[in-house]
Design a binder for this molecule. Structure first.
Ligand code: GAP
Length: 454
């Protein structure tokens, strides 16, 4: 059996992200704000690629799906109907000694503020309060008045924006079940114990899709979406041994769910939820019908009427971001030097190719490199790098996961060819400079998973 490649630690990923400008702690010059992050250049490109791949699979390549972008701040009655005002709570305990807060149901995973080797409550000094419910929604005010009547919430999930637009889509987009509504956008949760880098943060970008089906078909569609989403992760190169599906038991399921399976990833902190795929039944459409007085149901041309059931695959870009980096991270020794390489699938790699003049001072090489770069950047995100030794430049690109580098050298001046270097195999071949654009287009079309074990 093939040996499992060792996983990087979360600290290794955090430090790479910092070093190469993927992610920075937010508000750092003011001392930061716990578990809040800003994305730098390569982080933005990686997030954009993840979002685009999701939209491509969910919307562009299907004819049973429409897109939506609903508001972040909704009428607060939405959250009463959805059950979030009454039930979107975590049990919280405070320690009067170390002044830290913990999730009462996760004490086993927490560290005591004074003795981090112990759990909260394990030392005689720990003085924990009784557990009380803490609502995770961020409250805000709309308009100039700050009283109860102006209270509103930042959405804790994008899903409800979809349910309240069900009738619009049914009528305007003229859809009939089975069909889905997909949306991406920021969600906010006042998590009691955020942490593990981007894994649990208070502000994150969800990608959720609500698939409306005839009630009897819901179990079949639930299975379908679990398989579909798993295949999507595999297609982005995540390794099989790091993915699994885990079904929730009855106690674990959310109030709205009649069945939920998590697609879990083997993060450096253990197996954890990457994406949830829930069968929400008719819960949400029924609740919004009851609370708003607007009937959210499907009425067929022959008078058939029913409240569709809903299958929901829901994930955040942040959890995929971390999974992709963990899966792609590799270290090896090449020519007696350590090489750090992100073996990202080319579709998600922030930069698709680097254009490198071997001797930047050479006018012929510099001008050809610049011309090639200006041609390629009209079609793909590419980078021109002419600072430092060529070996250093390759390593910089390896660390951000750039799949290919085109180098313009002496031979280019003689026969108008360039070398293309493959990030993973380090193989180099020569191509006519005039064929580089087509070569890159074709390479990006290929269904190549990141070829580490591969
Ligand atoms: N609409 C259903 C819903 O929101 P959820 O399991 O609470 O269900 C869905 O969240 C997904 O959102 C999770 O599987 C995870 O990928 C992501 N997610 C949830 N809370 C998060 C957090 N605090 N930080 C980052 N991602 C989070």
């Amino acid at each position: 059996m093939a040996e499992k490649p060792p996983q990087p630690t979360m600290d290794t990923i955090v430090s790479l992200c910092r070093r190469r400008g993927f992610v920075f702690p937010s508000s750092e010059i003011y001392g930061g704000l716990g578990s809040t992050f800003d994305y730098g250049h390569y982080g933005v490109l990686l997030k954009t690629n993840i979002r685009n791949q999701w939209l491509r699979a969910m919307v562009q390549e299907r004819d049973d799906m429409v897109a939506l972008d609903s508001a972040i701040i909704l009428n607060p009655r939405v959250w009463e109907a959805s059950g979030h005002v009454a039930g979107f709570n975590d049990p919280l305990v405070d320690c009067r000694t170390c002044k830290l807060r913990f999730r009462a149901d996760k004490l086993d995973d927490a560290a005591c503020g004074r003795k981090p080797s112990k759990r909260p409550g394990e030392t005689p000094d720990c003085d924990l309060t009784d557990s009380r419910q803490f609502n995770l929604m961020f409250e805000t005010h709309v308009g100039a008045l700050q009283d109860g009547s102006s209270s509103a919430y930042l959405r804790p999930e994008t899903a409800q924006g979809i349910f309240i637009n069900f009738k619009n889509v049914l009528q305007i987009a003229r859809r009939k079940p089975p069909f889905g509504i997909a949306q991406t956008g920021k969600s906010f949760r006042n998590e009691i114990t955020p942490g593990n880098f981007l894994f649990r943060v208070r502000e994150f970008e969800q990608m959720e899709m609500e698939f409306f089906v005839p009630p009897d078909d819901a179990p079949r569609w639930h299975e379908y979406w679990i398989a579909e989403r798993l295949a999507w992760y595999r297609g982005l190169g995540l390794r099989d041994e790091n993915l699994r599906v885990r079904e929730h038991d009855e106690q674990e399921r959310s109030h709205y769910s009649s069945a939920t399976s998590d697609i879990e990833y083997r993060y450096p902190i253990g197996w954890q939820e990457l994406e949830g795929v829930a069968n929400r039944g008719s819960y949400d459409l029924t609740q919004h019908t009851d609370h708003s007085g607007t009937k959210l149901e499907y009425v067929g041309p022959d008078g058939e009427r029913y409240t569709p059931h809903v299958i929901e695959p829901a994930v955040s870009i942040e959890r995929i971001f971390v999974a992709l980096l963990v899966d792609a991270y590799d270290e090896e020794v090449v020519a007696e030097r350590k090489r750090v390489v992100l073996r990202l699938h080319p579709l998600v790699a922030p930069v698709k190719a680097a254009i490198l003049p071997l001797v930047p001072r050479d006018e012929g090489m510099a001008s050809r490199a610049r011309t090639l770069y200006e041609e390629l950047r009209r079609h793909h995100v590419v980078e021109h790098d002419d600072s430092g030794q060529i070996g250093r430049r390759y390593r910089r690109q390896d660390e951000i996961g750039t799949p290919w580098a085109f180098t313009i050298d002496e031979q280019t001046l003689e026969d108008e060819t360039v070398t293309v270097r493959d990030r993973d195999s380090l193989a180099q071949e020569r191509l006519p400079i005039s064929g580089v654009r087509e070569w890159l287009d074709e390479a990006l079309q290929q269904d190549s998973p990141s070829p580490r074990s591969r």
